[in-house]
Write a protein that binds this ligand. Structure first.
Ligand code: NAD
Length: 488
């Protein structure tokens, strides 16, 4: 499919969304939106001016005074309508995600429809933001704890799951009674504009959700330093997360940080080795490996090692890579040119460190941002591919002997997001799930990121959780109230 087909009128008209209004470019600066399957620009995204940011801050602040007092039933009803509209519009939103982000259409559709579940989960949970009564020391005293929305939030969502990551932040903040200024991913913007339209059409009052675009560093520093913003939420790289966290810390602002990972995969001799290899090849294919919790450092026990490498490389190396809109595509392009350069640098380093490229290892074609599914073996643990989050389709596979050894190696990095274990031994599964330093452990399958389960990391992979019963914790403050029936 060529770029002219991609610029068909169905693509989302890109806009800012402030105080209930969609605002088009006018005199504002704009940037190109590029189709990663072709490398061609096909749309323009307006950037917010400082006046736009000030307007968004004022609108969010004003809206908070009403939204915080809106009954949970009403908030819940709006989130339910959001869920219904997501299902209705999923096909066109998904197509636009494939155009500006690259993932295959079926994956984009799955990303969007799953979000209906997130909206519905938050619609249910927001009716259960309970406080508690504390037994008093005197009969004339009543004392209780309430949890209140923290206030105006600023959220920064990434390009890898442009709809899902933005939606999760929006439903957590809004469900808790907060208002939100959201800066979406400039590389893949259509999903966030579509999301704003859904909230608008679901009846969310003006100012509760605002969407802005621009230079990420400028927008984040302006919003984080504003006294109006009380909390920030960021999903992206650990390096950027630390910069934003230090800024938030300087202003004593609450934060949720969902950052990078380099998820260890432990395949034990007693696992169903070929099935694990085929399953991991499918899992790693998703979004061309651009998934924060993708399996990414493979440790395979000695006896299983060669069988695993053969089966994994055979399944992974034979994937059909192509334009995400083509029906038979199994893996799309990387989201932008910077990712291709990163993959090339990782492979160059791996080869220099004595790694053997079992399959792939190079860019495919010259137009889009395609990179071959790549498997590298024989790397030392301090090679870049073993220590830096690859965030792409390059997989290092190494061997291990004992459980203690593999736990030490898996836990050696500063990251602690997801981890994966393949074993048929209950004892091994119990032991390693206790000892892995990770926010999430998935055993014999990929059971993560569901609406009802918490998603979050430890160590340099972040703080706080999104989803599950924990989902509103980061958006609420605790207030203790003590009341006597008469002055003593
Ligand atoms: P990047 O660090 O330049 O950008 C990552 C994301 O952060 C982008 O969405 C970008 O708009 C945003 N960002 C960058 N600087 C920012 C700032 N100062 N303020 C606010 N937002 C800012 O890297 P990239 O090449 O676009 O992505 C690659 C890296 O990003 C990967 O290595 C991965 O670690 C990370 N990433 C992680 C996730 C995740 O789900 N945790 C998602 C996307 C990207």
């Amino acid at each position: 499919m060529d770029a002219s087909t991609h610029s068909s009128p169905a693509y989302e008209p890109l806009a800012l969304y402030i105080d209930g209004e969609f605002i088009h470019a006018g005199e504002r600066p704009e940037q190109d939106v590029i189709n990663p399957a072709t490398g061609a620009a096909f749309a323009r995204l307006p950037h917010a001016t400082q006046e736009d940011l000030d307007r968004a801050l004022a609108a969010a602040s004003r809206a908070f005074q009403t939204w915080r007092a809106t009954s949970p039933l009403e908030r819940s009803a709006i989130l339910r309508r959001v869920g219904a509209l997501i299902r209705e519009r999923a096909v066109s939103i998904a197509r636009n995600i494939t155009l500006d982000q690259g993932k295959p259409l079926a994956e984009a559709l799955q990303e969007v429809t799953t979000c209906a579940e997130h909206a519905e989960w938050h619609a249910e949970e927001c009716r259960r933001i309970y406080g508690r009564v504390i037994p008093p020391r005197s009969e004339s005293v009543r004392q209780w704890v309430v949890r209140e929305p923290i206030g105006v939030c600023a959220a920064f969502s990434p390009w890898n799951f442009p709809f899902n990551q933005a939606l999760r932040k929006a439903v957590s903040a809004l469900g808790a009674g907060c208002t939100l200024i959201l800066k979406g991913p400039e590389d893949s913007p259509s999903a966030v504009v579509a999301l704003a339209r859904i909230f608008h059409d679901a009846g969310l009052p003006p100012g509760c959700l605002n969407v802005v675009w621009g230079q990420p560093a400028q927008i984040s520093s302006y919003l984080i330093q504003s006294p109006i913003v009380r909390k920030i939420s960021f999903t992206g790289s650990t390096a950027v997360g630390k910069t934003l966290a230090s800024m938030a810390g300087a202003h004593m602002k609450r934060m949720t940080m969902e950052l990078g990972g380099h998820s260890p995969v432990l395949v034990f001799d007693d696992a169903d080795v070929e099935a694990a290899a085929r399953f991991l090849a499918r899992t790693k294919t998703r979004n061309a490996g651009q998934v924060c919790m993708a399996p990414s450092r493979f440790f395979v026990q000695e006896k299983a090692y060669q069988r695993f490498v053969d089966a994994f490389a055979s399944a992974y190396g034979s994937l059909r890579v192509g334009d995400g809109l083509a029906q038979d595509t199994e893996m799309g392009p990387l989201a932008h040119g910077r990712r291709v350069e990163s993959m090339q640098a990782l492979v160059v380093d791996a080869t220099a460190r004595g790694g053997a490229v079992v399959c792939g290892g190079e860019r495919l074609g010259s137009g889009g941002f395609f990179f071959a599914p790549t498997v590298v073996t024989g790397l030392p643990d301090d090679a870049r591919l073993m220590t830096e989050e690859p965030f792409g389709p390059v997989v290092p596979v190494t061997r291990f002997k004992t459980t203690d050894e593999v736990l030490a190696r898996a836990n050696a990095l500063p990251y602690g997001l997801a981890s994966f274990v393949f074993t048929n031994s209950l004892a091994t599964a119990n032991h390693v799930s206790n000892r892995l330093e990770a926010g999430m452990v998935s055993i014999n399958h990929f059971g993560l990121a569901l609406a009802e389960t918490p998603l979050g990391g430890v160590k340099d992979s972040g703080m706080g959780s999104e989803g599950g019963a924990e989902t509103f914790d980061g958006y609420l403050v605790t207030k203790f109230i003590s009341q006597a029936s008469a002055i003593p």
